[in-house]
Design a binder for this molecule. Structure first.
Ligand SMILES: [Zn+2]
Length: 260
């Protein structure tokens, strides 16, 4: 019978034989947990390699509580495009600053097959975008699957710059004041951000995650999201936060806006 290490060796061999093809125009630099594939922005790529390593460690410690994170294998590939307009275009024709994902093996739980982030050198908020995308990679890795959209985007927004977080908070406060916010049952049910109110979705998700993080720590939040795969939301809320149900959470979340 094949052992686990045989199995891992086979998966890694398959992965080597079917690498994600890098566009020819990319050159690469590599160190530690990252490979940066860049076009012409060499200086930005060098800085990114150092920044990504430090940020990876900081975020892994924050989210997992594990103070000695291992170097990633396979390394995380960061595609650094010269321009945002070459990177990707959203459904409404606007340019999206970054994207990041981690692919877990279905055959071997706990094994990550690939980690990929795309960024643009002309992104005026490159370090904030890097923190957002690294959060997606780490979160999927800690869960072994893709997190629910609200939790994924909410946690990633909270890793961004303080200015972005404050802007989100103002947007949510205005939406709550006018009654235009999402009901929580609606927010947590979106498979992906809604077309009509993407910014409100990101902002309100971030605010809900922030609210939960004020009650308990990051690993509790990750454990709560992990349980949502097999438990009803009310049971998971009760177990991790001592909240009876989603309706009680919603009342408490809304109450914070009333006192201001
Ligand atoms: Zn995101």
């Amino acid at each position: 019978m094949p052992t686990t290490s045989d199995h891992l060796a086979t998966l890694r061999r398959l992965e080597r034989e079917t690498p994600e093809a890098a566009p020819r125009a990319f050159r690469r630099i590599t160190h530690g947990s990252f490979t940066i594939l860049y076009q012409r922005a060499r200086a930005t790529a060098d800085r990114l390699l150092t920044d990504a390593e430090a940020l990876r460690e900081q975020l892994l410690v924050r989210y997992s509580g594990n103070t000695a994170p291992k170097t990633w294998s396979p390394k995380c590939q960061i595609y650094l495009y010269d321009r945002m307009r070459e990177l990707n275009v959203g459904r409404h024709g606007y340019h999206i600053a970054g994207s990041g994902s981690s692919r877990a093996s279905r055959l071997s739980p706990g094994l990550t097959l690939s980690r990929t982030i795309s960024l643009a050198a002309d992104d005026p908020e490159l370090s904030s975008t890097l923190a957002h995308e690294l959060t997606h990679v780490i979160f999927a890795e800690l869960l072994g699957r893709h997190p629910p959209s609200w939790a994924n985007e909410g946690l990633a927004r909270l890793a961004e710059s303080p200015q972005n977080i404050q802007r989100s908070r103002r947007l949510v406060r205005r939406a709550v004041a006018s009654g235009d916010h999402f009901r929580l049952a609606e927010l947590i049910a979106f498979y992906r951000p809604p077309d009509q109110a993407t910014q409100l979705f990101y902002s309100q998700s971030a605010d809900l995650v922030r609210f939960l993080l004020q009650r308990r720590d990051y690993p509790t939040f990750i454990g709560f999201i992990a349980d949502l795969q097999s438990s009803e939301v009310d049971a998971a809320l009760n177990k991790h936060y001592g909240v009876v149900d989603l309706a009680e959470l919603e009342r408490a979340w809304l109450a914070q806006f009333a006192v201001r």
